[in-house]
Structures are given as C-alpha cells and as structure tokens.
Write a protein that binds this ligand. Structure first.
Ligand SMILES: NC(=O)c1ccc[n+]([C@@H]2O[C@H](COP(=O)([O-])OP(=O)(O)OC[C@H]3O[C@@H](n4cnc5c(N)ncnc54)[C@H](O)[C@@H]3O)[C@@H](O)[C@H]2O)c1
Length: 249
C-alpha cells in the first residue's frame, strides 16, 4: 500500500481507527472524516499516522451534509491528486426493541449517516479513483442476522451490502473493486452509545461463537487485504470478520 492515498470515514474511533492506522503502517497516507465533537480522538489518530511516517488529513465533517461530503473529496483531491481507497465506515446505531418506538427522527439520522453519507462520498469520489483503486464499506453481520433490537440500523447495513454488489458490477470495467467488511460484535464506543446497561450486559453475555467479543485491531487487516494488491481478484464480496457466525452471503 506504499504511497496509496486513502480516506477512512469514522477513522477517529474503533474499527475505522484500526483501518486508518494499519493503512499508515503499510505505507499509505490517510484522510479521516469524523464528527467535529470527536476532534480529540482524531488528533490522536493523526499523531499515530504521522509516527508511522505518513501524512494525515483531518476532516471534521458531518457526512449527513451532501455539500460537506463533496468538499471533503475535493480537498483530498486538491492535496493528493487522487483517491486510491475510500473506506465508508462511519455509522450510527440505535438499539430499540419495538418498531413502535423507532422515531422518524432516529430513522432519518440512521439513514442519512449510514446510507446517504456513504452514497454522497462515493458518488463524489468515483471520478477520482484510478484503475486499481478500491471502495470498501463497513457493513455488518446484522444485515444477515436480523437482530430484533436493530431495525433501522440493520436496514442501512443491508442497503450497504446491496450497494457494494451493484457498484462492483458498475465499476469493475473501470478497474475499481468494491467490497464490504461485515464485523460481528466488536468492542468500540458504538455499542455503549446505543445500549443501556442491561442491554450491554446481555450483549456481553452472548458473544460471538468463538466465545468472546472482538477487538478493532482484529478488523483492520481485512481492510488492508481488500485495499491492497493481495485482494486484486476480490470484488462485490463481503468479508465476515465476526468470530465464527455462519451467515449466508
Ligand atoms: N462495533 C461493532 O460491534 C460493529 C459491528 C458491526 C459493524 N460495525 C460497523 O463498524 C463501523 C465502525 O463502527 P465502530 O464500532 O468502530 O464505531 P465508533 O462509534 O467507534 O466509530 C464510529 C465513528 O463514526 C463517525 N461518525 C458517526 N456519525 C457520523 C457523521 N454523521 N458524520 C461523520 N462521522 C460520523 C464518528 O466520528 C464515530 O467516531 C460502523 O459502520 C458500524 O456500523 C460495528
């Protein structure tokens, strides 16, 4: 990945941070996009990337804003001339057991972040991704498993898997591969932000089949693999880094 120009949304935290730092360790420059209130975390990631000897661009930008998504892509292209790898990883999740309690406001935020943000960034980036480039989306095991608490979130993850398949069929003729990483349960701020303490207890007591919850660093290598020449024959696929859950897809 030496010299590759990459973007990781949600690169300030959790799985996105693992992908961003591992990209840098493999020789890539990394732009990260994150919510402005996560500046302290983003600064830490920038320092880690620079310690690895690579450049890091920071974009405190809410991806629910189409014009803001376009500005991010334009700024990266202005700085680096191209985008070799776009990782659409930023998402929000809410844990609500009953559809009756899923508000339109919540539904809207989940769709705008996970689906619209991914769409807007990808649409703006594609003209700047050269042959050999790659798009990776962080979807989820939930797109296949259907957990009862995660209606709106799982809908967005299913949409992302479908998007990956369609875009792969669209973009392979341009030499651009498109894939998804589908994590199972992973220790990141996403879970405690979405669940109350009793839901967290339940989550903790029903780990992946392997017998535990994963760490973000166990996800990072999947992004490196898909983004690098090692993944050159893989497109339209989902890699399931989920601690052993068998899913159909
Ligand atoms: N943690 C898990 O168990 C798990 C399981 C399956 C899939 N995933 C997926 O992994 C990805 C990363 O999640 P994580 O667990 O590392 O979560 P995380 O909370 O650590 O990181 C998510 C980051 O996304 C960014 N973000 C959220 N809304 C945004 C917005 N509107 N604009 C810009 N940035 C925004 C924030 O900066 C946030 O720090 C997500 O797509 C999530 O759906 C996580």
């Amino acid at each position: 990945m030496v010299g590759k120009k990459t973007i990781v949304t949600g690169g300030d935290s959790g799985i996105g941070r693992a992908a961003a730092v591992m990209f840098a360790l493999e020789g890539a420059d990394v732009a990260i996009v994150y919510l402005p209130e996560e500046q302290v975390d983003a600064d830490k990631v920038k320092a880690m990337i620079e310690t690895a000897g690579r450049q890091c661009l920071l974009f405190p930008q809410d991806i629910r804003d189409e014009a803001g998504c376009k500005r991010v892509i334009e700024s990266v292209v202005q700085a680096w001339g191209r985008i070799d790898v776009l990782v659409n990883n930023a998402s929000v999740m809410y844990s609500i057991p009953d559809i009756a309690d899923v508000t339109t406001e919540q539904f809207d935020r989940t769709m705008k972040t996970n689906v619209y943000g991914t769409f807007w960034l990808t649409k703006a980036a594609v003209p700047h991704i050269p042959k050999g480039g790659s798009i990776i989306v962080t979807a989820s095991q939930v797109a296949y498993a259907g957990p009862p608490m995660l209606l709106d979130y799982s809908m967005t993850k299913g949409a992302q898997v479908a998007m990956v398949r369609v875009l792969s069929n669209q973009l392979l003729s341009k030499g651009i591969r498109v894939n998804a990483v589908c994590p199972g349960p992973v220790w990141t701020p996403l879970q405690p932000a979405a669940m109350d303490s009793s839901q967290m207890k339940e989550w903790h007591s029903s780990p992946a089949p392997i017998g535990r919850i994963g760490q973000p660093s166990e996800l990072g290598p999947a992004y490196v693999f898909l983004a690098s020449a090692d993944g050159s024959f893989i497109s339209g696929q989902s890699i399931h880094v989920n601690g052993g859950a068998i899913v159909s897809g």
